[in-house]
Design a protein around this ligand. Structure first.
Ligand SMILES: [Zn+2]
Ligand SMILES: [Zn+2]
Length: 327
């Protein structure tokens, strides 16, 4: 745990202990803290993963076409998936934006950056929010839908292995629980790759224009990065799974970045922090670039020495590492 006085000053609000570490991987083991993290509020399951599962259930059972109709590709069912994804992503992301940036309902309270995003010529139409909405709605949502259509078609046509909830409920529940860990490892790998200078200049710089990110910045990426990012769902072509888990996987991948880039540690209601929001870990990535390539679910960054927990010590270690890399 880092003391507040040891934290590097980023101008805005910073969590008192720096970046929170998931106790699941603590050494020596902390079983009670790990259990609390898993089922507590906020924790692994609540509120966000349960919310993503609930959203996926509503989408799959009531709004998306039957699996049987997906045995052959046709414009009709793919357009239906696109419409559902577009509405869901727009409503979820705009809700964060509306409360925190349009209404400024809690002003700067719990905001990591000390200022509001400003107009800049680097953004489309000179406006970060408009630029971010365009990349999200015109690239992220179609790419996400293509991956969803491909994997669901593979399941419908028998090209991908599926198992039923009636026969293997425990196995499928474990697959569902594993989705976020797999996504985390996959994200670390593609994100490291995207910071390789040629790919960074061609692709990833577009996301990093958002040094002061907001909810719409989460999926504001180059189309090639969208292909990298959503490709984690291809795991279901190999690991026996179920269509609901595919929809959950992609909903979590599409919704998570809005929350994680909202720029605020918590959403307040009645004067108190009520809802856990953006991680400090990814905020530090947007601020310092060459640290925290992963998210806090799996401690890969700490294992390989690219972690920054917000402390002065970690900051000095980052500077030493970058000096060495440039030498
Ligand atoms: Zn980001
Ligand atoms: Zn990056």
């Amino acid at each position: 745990m880092t003391d507040r006085t040891d934290l590097v000053n980023t101008g805005g609000w910073a969590p008192p202990g720096g970046v929170a570490r998931v106790p699941l991987f603590a050494w020596p083991p902390q079983p009670l803290a790990a259990l609390k993290w898993f089922v507590g509020l906020p924790g692994y399951l609540f509120p966000w993963n349960v919310f993503y599962v609930g959203t996926a259930l509503v989408a799959w059972l009531y709004l998306m076409p039957d699996l049987a109709s997906m045995r052959t590709f046709s414009v009709g069912w793919i357009a239906q998936l696109l419409a559902v994804n577009a509405v869901f992503v727009f409503v979820f992301t705009e809700a964060w934006h509306w409360r925190l940036y349009a209404r400024r309902a809690q002003e700067m309270a719990f905001k990591y950056d000390e200022s509001w995003p400003k107009p800049a010529a680097t953004f489309l139409f000179g406006d970060q929010h408009i630029d971010n909405r365009i990349w999200t709605m015109l690239s992220a949502v179609p790419v996400m839908t293509c991956f969803m259509a491909l994997v669901l078609w593979a399941m419908a046509s028998g090209a991908a292995p599926t198992v039923s909830w009636a026969e293997h409920p425990i196995y499928l529940a474990l697959v569902m629980l594993g989705v976020q860990w797999f996504r985390d490892v996959h994200f670390y790998c593609i994100h490291r790759l995207l910071h390789w200078p040629p790919l960074y200049r061609w692709v990833h710089h577009l996301h990093h224009k958002n040094a002061n990110p907001g909810p719409w910045s989460g999926l504001a990426m180059h189309p090639v990065e969208h292909v990298f990012y959503f490709s984690s769902v291809l795991i279901h072509l190999v690991v026996p799974s179920d269509p609901l888990i595919v929809v959950y996987h992609l909903i979590a991948a599409a919704f998570g970045p809005a929350r994680d880039h909202c720029g605020f540690a918590a959403v307040m209601a009645n004067g108190k922090p009520r809802i856990q929001a953006a991680s400090y870990m990814h905020y530090l990535h947007h601020r310092y670039f060459e640290v925290n390539y992963g998210d806090s679910m799996t401690p890969i960054d700490w294992w390989v020495g690219t972690g920054h927990d917000g402390s002065r010590q970690a900051h000095e270690a980052m500077k030493r590492r970058l000096r060495k890399a440039r030498a």
